[in-house]
Ligand binder design. Structure first.
Ligand code: ATP
Ligand code: MG
Length: 270
């Protein structure tokens, strides 16, 4: 099955500044078709992950950012299903603890980057330190402004050393967020997902769009660590686009199973 979606359209190009307000949050794409194609792509990802694990040369870091109710948890569940948990870790970065705040902001991040052969998925990341920190005035401007350069240097370090960085923003509108948050209040089995503090961030929705747009423009200079803005209201398409970007990246690496370090013909199992 040929999947002819153009994921390049979602990539932020270096030197082509964007604003999220001009980027659609949804896309016309048949959900049934997207789900079928996702299944096929899942098999491909399972195969490529095993190859990556066996070769132990490359690593993949997936970064997910979104507004509350943007679908990060659901994306993690879908994207990780085809992946052998042995070669993957998922990290959630919440508000930093006192212990973490006593150190530089990348300290808690760097220790969780994937080892060779493995995936790490970051549910929120160091981008909180330039977006949430900016919107909520959690640090002076002259402190967080310098962080874009640190982040570019950090991601360059990772890509130079064999970690492929793929960054996804799950783009939703403020109206869609209202419906998703309301659903969490309407359904008793979703109450646990609602946090009254989500409404505080919602009151600053436009400020978040500005801060995210700025971060994407400043941190898309490394073409090996691209940002993709995914129209996330069509969830079947969202899953398909993300898995396609990941598998395309892995398929481009020319990975090979390692040669055995012994003479295969010398052995026979009784
Ligand atoms: P969910 O609500 O789906 O369970 P979540 O990722 O929103 O998942 P929460 O515990 O609700 O998890 O929220 C985490 C909060 O931590 C977010 O408001 C986020 O902005 C905040 N946060 C994460 N990293 C930082 C940071 N470095 N500085 C300040 N706030 C941060
Ligand atoms: Mg939350």
């Amino acid at each position: 099955m040929n999947i002819d979606i153009n994921t390049e359209n979602h990539r932020i190009k270096p030197n082509e500044p964007i604003h999220l307000n001009a980027i659609p949050t949804t896309i016309e794409y048949d959900k049934k078709l997207a789900k079928e194609q996702f299944k096929k792509q899942s098999k491909e990802l399972t195969h490529l992950q095993e190859l990556m694990y066996a070769e132990a040369k490359h690593a993949v870091l997936i970064i997910l950012q979104a507004m509350d109710a943007g679908g990060k948890d659901s994306t993690v569940r879908h994207i990780m299903t085809p992946i052998n948990p042995q070669g993957c870790r998922v990290l959630n970065f919440k508000s930093p603890s006192a212990y973490e705040l006593e150190r530089d902001y990348l300290w808690r991040i760097h220790q969780h980057v994937p080892p060779r052969g493995c995936f790490s998925v970051f549910n929120r990341s160091h981008y909180e330190d330039v977006v949430t920190v900016n919107v909520n005035n959690l640090a002076p401007k002259d402190v967080w402004k310098k962080r874009f350069d640190h982040i570019n240097a950090f991601e360059q370090l990772l890509t130079d050393e064999g970690t492929h960085v793929l960054k996804f923003f799950l783009h939703i509108s403020k109206d869609y967020q209202r419906d998703r948050l309301q659903r969490r209040l309407d359904r008793t089995d979703k109450h646990w997902k609602f946090d009254p503090s989500d409404l505080v961030a919602r009151n600053h929705f436009e400020d978040y769009m500005d801060a995210y747009s700025n971060a994407f423009n400043l941190c898309s200079c490394n073409s090996d660590a691209p940002w993709y803005v995914i129209p996330a209201e069509n969830r079947a398409y969202r899953n398909l686009a993300i898995i396609k970007i990941i598998t395309d990246k892995l398929a481009s690496l020319g990975m090979k199973y390692p040669e055995p370090k012994y003479d295969v013909s010398q052995y026979q199992i009784d």
